[in-house]
Design a protein around this ligand. Sequence first.
Ligand code: TRP
Length: 74
Amino acid sequence: MENEMNGDIFVVKAHDNGVQVIGMTRGQDTRFHHTEKLGKGEVLIAQFTEHTSAVKIRGKATVITKHGVIEADS
Ligand code: TRP
């Protein structure tokens, strides 16, 4: 990604305590680099960046992206 400020933005709203938003690295080596834990009702606004190519959501949450709204419940 040339300019990390151009990465898509997504929103995660947690419906339970302990929802995890896990950032995964960009490039050859795909691994977790950050785990953010959300409390019930907490909202995280985040972006795909030079360092983050994928995101894994664990727990009950609403995920809003430009592609649509997804209910996650793992
Ligand atoms: N330092 C990370 C980055 O710039 C912060 C981050 C951005 C992040 N988006 C994320 C962490 C999504 C977890 C999930 O890429």
